[in-house]
Design a protein around this ligand. Structure first.
Ligand SMILES: [Zn+2]
Length: 471
């Protein structure tokens, strides 16, 4: 049996963490068994489906490296096929036309609720002898009225439903459109899907879908229903939660490797191992160690993983990605130091590429103003002399080397009888605008002589103009 899985999102909103996890499990399962992974867009809800969402689904999957072998299939382009199956089911007696009006069904529902019963369709049209030719109708599946449906869920074990609890499901609406459950069944059947891995919210659909498949004498796929992911407050994810859309994680500066590693661990384990690469996952992933209980999202852990990958993936690879972020922020890196060297200096200081961009911008662009709080602290007469001395020494500097720059700072500390730490703080503030940075001689080295002298000069002029005359 050739394994074939599918990811079948509805393009009605954003692709969120939960959907991506289902996609990842399905993709890995197919890859592990050298099978196929199918992408199917379930877009028969024309009112809610958006082409923008379709694009964002493709973009999200591509960004994470979850490539598909077949598709994308669009349900909206398969309407004829569904129609054909519905006709066959009507002919074979597996389905029937229901002429009940929505009002009468609603009245019946309310009556049943008043009696304390679980509302279900009475099946009144099941055996209609006469046909109401002019009336609108829906088509219903003739669900078995006795017996049970049992399936072996790969994550939850055996699950059983009584057929008595299941309605005669509508498979075609009165406007002629096939319904969700029918389309899914026909697609899984036509596309030879062997394993259906999806969210637990589909468990109630499964017995209905199995009954339809049985009526079509089709092979029943293996089902695996994945538990929910809760937000950091232990509640269901909603629009209010930050970064619900997977593309938001790109914008925030997460690496796909970190996100994949984070998502796979939400409900799946392999001993105590925390770090997994995609190629390793392809080898070891299986459905046996997926947890039945729900898992909680934890931003701190995701940030930790992102920092790990920023620091452990090859420098050229991360700096290539970082280049795009710099470009998106209109930072022209041609006018500054080598990005790989900068990344190497700054990589263990930040958890996201976006934060890195913030810190590195200063190597390519002049900053506009000083933070007044720190300016008041650093811009004093003594520091003006220190800056003037350093300026002169750097101006004379012929060999642009970290060691020489480090000596200049060191000597200045001795000459002006000022702690090295203080000189570094002053230089950091004047040259980068920040009060924290890596080792100052390395920063000056990468900033370059021209920019360093310019910023020292700007600071000296600023101090003379705004501070010294006041003292
Ligand atoms: Zn009816």
């Amino acid at each position: 049996m050739k394994v074939k899985t599918r990811f079948a999102p509805s393009p009605t909103g954003d692709l969120h963490i939960g959907s991506i996890r289902t996609a990842l499990y399905s993709w890995l399962f197919a890859r592990h068994y050298n099978g196929k992974f199918v992408l199917r867009i379930e877009d028969t809800d024309f009112e809610r489906s958006k082409s923008l969402s379709v694009k964002s689904i493709f973009k999200g999957l591509k960004w994470l490296g979850l490539n598909w072998d077949e598709g994308p299939y669009f349900q909206s382009k398969r309407l004829d096929r569904y129609q054909e199956v519905i006709e066959d089911m009507l002919k074979s007696g597996n389905a029937y036309k229901c002429y009940c009006s929505p009002q009468s069904i609603e009245e019946e529902r309310i009556k049943q609720l008043h009696k304390g019963k679980k509302p279900r369709y009475s099946g009144i049209c099941r055996n209609l002898k006469t046909r109401c030719i002019n009336n609108k109708y829906t088509v219903r599946f003739k669900n078995p009225t006795f017996g049970k449906v049992t399936f072996e869920d790969k994550i939850r074990g055996e699950i059983t439903f009584n057929n008595m609890e299941l309605d005669d499901l509508i498979i075609q609406r009165s406007n002629g459109m096939p319904t969700y459950n029918l389309c899914v069944v026909i697609d899984d059947l036509d596309m030879n899907i062997t394993h259906v891995i999806r969210g637990e919210d589909h468990i109630n659909n499964t017995p209905r879908q199995i009954n339809i498949l049985k009526s079509l004498k089709a092979k029943i796929p293996i089902y695996a229903h994945v538990s929910m992911i809760l937000n950091e407050n232990g509640k269901k994810f909603s629009k209010r939660d930050n970064a619900e859309n997977i593309i938001e994680y790109y914008k925030k500066g997460f690496l796909p490797e970190a996100l994949i590693n984070y998502i796979i661990r939400l409900g799946w384990s392999h001993g105590n191992q925390e770090i997994f690469s995609l190629s390793e996952l392809k080898k070891i992933f299986n459905l046996d160690t997926i947890s039945k209980s729900s898992s909680s999202f934890n931003m701190k852990k995701l940030l930790w993983l992102n920092k790990y990958y920023i620091n452990h993936l090859p420098l050229f690879y991360v700096s290539n990605i970082l280049k795009d972020y710099m470009k998106n922020e209109n930072i022209k890196i041609e006018n500054g130091p080598n990005l790989e060297c900068l990344l190497n200096l700054y990589k263990n200081r930040h958890s996201t590429l976006k934060d890195l961009v913030c810190s590195l911008r200063v190597f390519y662009e002049e900053f506009e103003y000083y933070d007044i709080k720190f300016a008041n602290q650093y811009f004093i007469l003594k520091n003006l002399y220190i800056l003037k001395n350093i300026y002169k020494k750097i101006q004379k500097c012929i060999f642009w080397e970290i060691k020489i720059l480090s000596e200049i700072i060191m000597n200045q500390s001795i000459e002006s009888n000022t702690e090295l730490k203080e000189i570094n703080m002053l230089l950091r503030f004047v040259l980068t605008g920040y009060v924290s940075s890596p080792n100052m001689s390395s920063v000056i080295f990468l900033l370059g002589k021209e920019k360093t002298l310019l910023r020292l000069k700007n600071a000296m002029i600023f101090i003379e103009k705004n501070y010294i005359k006041l003292q």
